[in-house]
Design a protein around this ligand. Structure first.
Ligand SMILES: NC(=O)c1ccc[n+]([C@@H]2O[C@H](COP(=O)([O-])OP(=O)(O)OC[C@H]3O[C@@H](n4cnc5c(N)ncnc54)[C@H](OP(=O)(O)O)[C@@H]3O)[C@@H](O)[C@H]2O)c1
Length: 384
């Protein structure tokens, strides 16, 4: 029995399309016992993925759901195809069904774009036609890729003359937090009737970037004075203030939590009646909007060198991006960028980066963070 008596609330708080608007993320070390506890408290929507190297465990989500008294049809299971498996999506998908101990998943997302993503969408449409998936979605897509998907005639494996998708795009899962508000993709989703689902709402992406000279120490989102001021005004935690702000913008939420106390707080604060018991007023909403693009973290003394840099892979192949740690004479990988993909990093004036592999050519392509807009593009070498 649900401790809070809110067993259905997380499901009831859904979009018009029936897509749930509040679930539990399960990266960040969420394990069987945490999922089991969340089910007991009333969570009914779980986000997982095939990429175990990022902390997901589909099999543990499946184990917890199978052991629970909650019927499978009351649970919404969302998983994502591993980025390395886009070209063999149909072959790897049955493993997700086995791991999750189910005959169908409620939502299947492409974890991020990569070579062959158009054909992967076609394979996802086929799985939906076979009744193995209810909703389709993508993750880490920008407006250009979403436009190609919806308007470019991506169907059954190719991009051709405009043709309707065989299955609707139900959800886009992207990084959104107060410093990275992803406004253009949210606007695109709102205009096209697609659910926008935020990941890392609570600042986890900035925590991952600490090595790049970001604030370090306290979580820069949850420590920010604006967030704390709004939280104090409503007598809630900074985490709840951030998530409620997103909820008021119509964003679907999947915060990760291993703590029963936090899980309970999330359901109490965000789950009831499709909304919450408190609301940010227009002035507080404007204050949150004004944080977009800010360098996260409290300024360190008189350090005015902090900058944000956006790297976009405009080449045809995947590249790997490195921060050049000149002091230690080494290159530190910051991740891979699929064609068309962009990432925004927290850095400092004069920091250097290099893109290697694929279209970047044998020498790599080098960038230095300057005083300007810091919009860096990786181009195919032969087109430079
Ligand atoms: N598609 C993608 O590429 C992608 C990338 C990243 C994440 N995701 C998905 O999005 C989910 C969420 O993102 P995330 O894991 O990066 O992190 P997140 O939700 O931004 O933050 C998780 C952290 O917030 C803490 N937290 C949760 N509720 C809290 C509360 N009420 N008060 C204070 N702290 C609280 C958790 O600590 P406790 O455990 O102590 O509660 C945990 O350390 C992931 O689990 C995953 O499902 C997708």
């Amino acid at each position: 029995m649900a401790l809070l008596g809110v067993a259905m609330l997380a499901v009831a708080a859904s979009s018009g399309s029936g897509f749930p608007m509040l679930g539990l993320g399960t990266a960040s070390g969420v394990r069987t016992a945490h999922v089991a506890g969340a089910l007991e408290l009333g969570f009914r929507f779980f986000d997982t993925a095939q990429s175990y190297e990022w902390g997901y465990r589909e099999d543990e989500v499946g184990e917890a759901v199978a052991a629970s008294a909650v019927p499978r049809e009351e649970v919404f299971l969302q998983t994502k195809v591993h980025p390395d498996d886009l070209k063999r999506l149909a072959a790897v998908f049955p493993a997700s069904l086995r791991n999750l101990r189910t005959g169908y998943v409620d939502a299947l997302l492409m974890h991020r774009p990569g070579p062959g993503w158009q054909a992967a969408w076609g394979a996802m449409e086929q799985l939906r036609a076979e009744g193995k998936v209810r909703h389709l979605g993508v993750s880490n897509f920008d407006v250009a890729l979403l436009t190609e998907l919806l308007d470019g005639g991506v169907r059954g494996g190719g991009t051709g003359a405009a043709a309707a998708l065989r299955a609707p795009l139900a959800v886009v899962q992207n990084w959104m937090d107060p410093f990275h508000q992803d406004a253009d993709v949210r606007a695109f989703c709102a205009a096209r009737g697609v659910v926008y689902q935020a990941f890392s709402s609570l600042g986890n992406q900035w925590q991952h970037m600490r090595d790049l000279g970001s604030s370090g120490g306290a979580n820069p989102v949850l420590a920010h004075p604006t967030v704390n001021g709004i939280a104090a005004a409503h007598g809630v935690s900074p985490a709840l203030a951030v998530l409620r702000w997103q909820q008021q913008l119509g964003v679907a939420l999947i915060p990760a939590s291993r703590s029963p106390q936090h899980q309970r707080e999330l359901l109490r604060g965000l789950g009831g009646d499709g909304g919450s018991s408190f609301s940010l007023n227009p002035e507080q909403m404007r204050a949150m909007a004004a944080l977009d693009g800010h360098e996260p973290g409290a300024p360190r003394g008189d350090d005015t060198s902090q900058r944000q840099a956006t790297f976009r892979n405009a080449a045809k192949a995947e590249v790997e991006l490195f921060w050049v740690d000149e002091a230690a004479d080494r290159e530190v990988s910051v991740g891979e960028l699929a064609p068309g993909q962009a990432t925004t990093l927290s850095s400092h004036l004069g920091h250097r980066f290099v893109a290697r592999g694929g279209g970047a050519g044998p020498e790599g392509q080098h960038f230095e963070v300057g005083d300007g807009a810091n919009d860096m593009r990786v181009e195919d070498r032969d087109e430079l």
